[in-house]
Design a protein around this ligand. Structure first.
Ligand code: PMP
Length: 361
């Protein structure tokens, strides 16, 4: 049996680790920020009808421009976003990969503010792009001054901002994004995977798009839309950015089945998104109840909560797993991250955690 080191693999991939969220089939899965609520049965049936029609066309390649899907995504986004400003791929991970293939690569540099979504670094390195990091403010916050100072120090080709940030849940104010744009002459990428969980009054970076041709905002159907298994991510940007991605995408990268499923799901957007309020309520419940158990919970605008104050996060992770509950060890000192699930899942998690570390013990 050969090992990686026996292969003539790229030097810059030696010693790297793959994306590693454990996939375990336990009763309460609160580890990868999925939507715990299944798709409503009636919607599922309609999606299946669309899929059945698409299957009959599978002898042909799909629409390479996935125009109907882009129309649906543009209508969903609103804010006057046109079809020519929207692009989609197999999850927002592939969106990020295409973005880096077009604007990153050997000799180019991404600036990011960890702790942040682990795939940002993995995709950056995978495309041969250099990964530069700068520190956040206390409490994982991000101010315009901090971002601008880091951009001026590093002059990156791309700035990555995760809004709200995974794994901390931290909001990113629009003036921070505007300041990043003004300070840089490269691409500014805002990952809004969790946008639908933000407070209703909070504006999206999409509102900044007009006249900012270096700004890119990505979204996904994996979280609020409860569609992670379908693998649909998308972005909104200047049409010139979309033209740049056409240079690097593989032809027909979105299968006819993916397109059909996503178009049908978008037709049912209100039903697909009906669980967002429930999930927000469970998130807010975690933020208020974790401190009662003696932990510090961070403000979150997403569908998960980071909490710290654990003596041994790994031991807590394992003890919860023994109770059929999986959350996430994101490698931050004394901290774990938990996804806001259904009310019942959240209760099971809080009760199990309370039983592990009785208050005052
Ligand atoms: N961005 C962020 C910030 C995420 O947390 C995730 C998923 N965990 C993604 C992007 C990728 O999502 P997907 O590829 O399923 O769209």
């Amino acid at each position: 049996m050969a090992s990686l080191s026996d292969l003539p693999i790229r030097d810059d991939l030696r010693g790297q680790s793959p994306y590693g969220a454990p996939q375990k089939h336990v009763r309460v899965q609160l580890n990868v920020n999925e939507n715990s609520h299944p798709i409503p049965e009636a919607v599922a049936r309609d999606i299946v009808e669309s899929l059945a029609a698409a299957v009959l066309t599978l002898n042909r390649y799909p629409d390479r421009e996935f125009t109907v899907l882009r129309e649906g995504l543009a209508a969903y986004l609103g804010h006057g976003i046109g079809t020519e400003q929207v692009w989609a791929a197999n999850g927002s991970n592939e969106i990020i990969q295409q973005l880096l293939q077009a604007f990153g690569g050997p000799g180019r540099r991404v600036l990011a503010f960890p702790p942040t979504y682990s795939m940002h670094g993995i995709i950056t390195r995978g495309t041969g792009t250099t990964w530069l990091t700068a520190e956040r403010d206390p409490g994982y916050e991000l101010s315009a001054e901090t971002v601008v100072a880091a951009i001026e120090a590093h002059r990156p080709d791309l700035v990555f901002l995760c809004a709200p940030n995974n794994p901390t849940g931290t909001p990113v104010a629009l003036d921070v994004i505007e300041a990043a744009y003004e300070a840089s002459d490269g691409m500014v990428f805002v990952d809004e995977a969790y946008a639908e969980f933000m407070p209703a009054h909070a504006p999206s970076a999409i509102t900044l798009l007009p006249d900012r041709h270096r700004l890119v905002v990505s979204r996904t159907m994996s979280k609020a839309f409860a569609f992670a298994g379908a693998r649909v991510g998308y972005l909104a940007a200047d049409p010139a950015v979309v033209d740049a991605l056409r240079l690097v995408r593989l032809p027909y990268h979105l299968s006819a089945l993916t397109q059909a499923a996503a178009i049908a799901a978008l037709r049912h957007a209100p039903e697909m998104l009906a669980t967002v309020d429930d999930i927000r309520a469970q998130r807010d419940r975690l933020v208020s109840e974790l401190p009662v158990l003696g932990y510090r919970a961070y403000e979150s605008w997403a569908n998960f909560v980071l909490f710290d104050g654990l003596d041994d996060p790994h031991a807590t992770f394992e003890a919860l797993l023994e109770r059929d509950i999986i959350i996430r060890d994101v490698g931050l000192p004394g901290a774990l991250r938990v996804t806001a699930g259904t009310e019942q899942e959240t209760t099971l998690f809080l009760e199990a955690l309370a039983a592990l570390a009785p208050r005052g013990a």
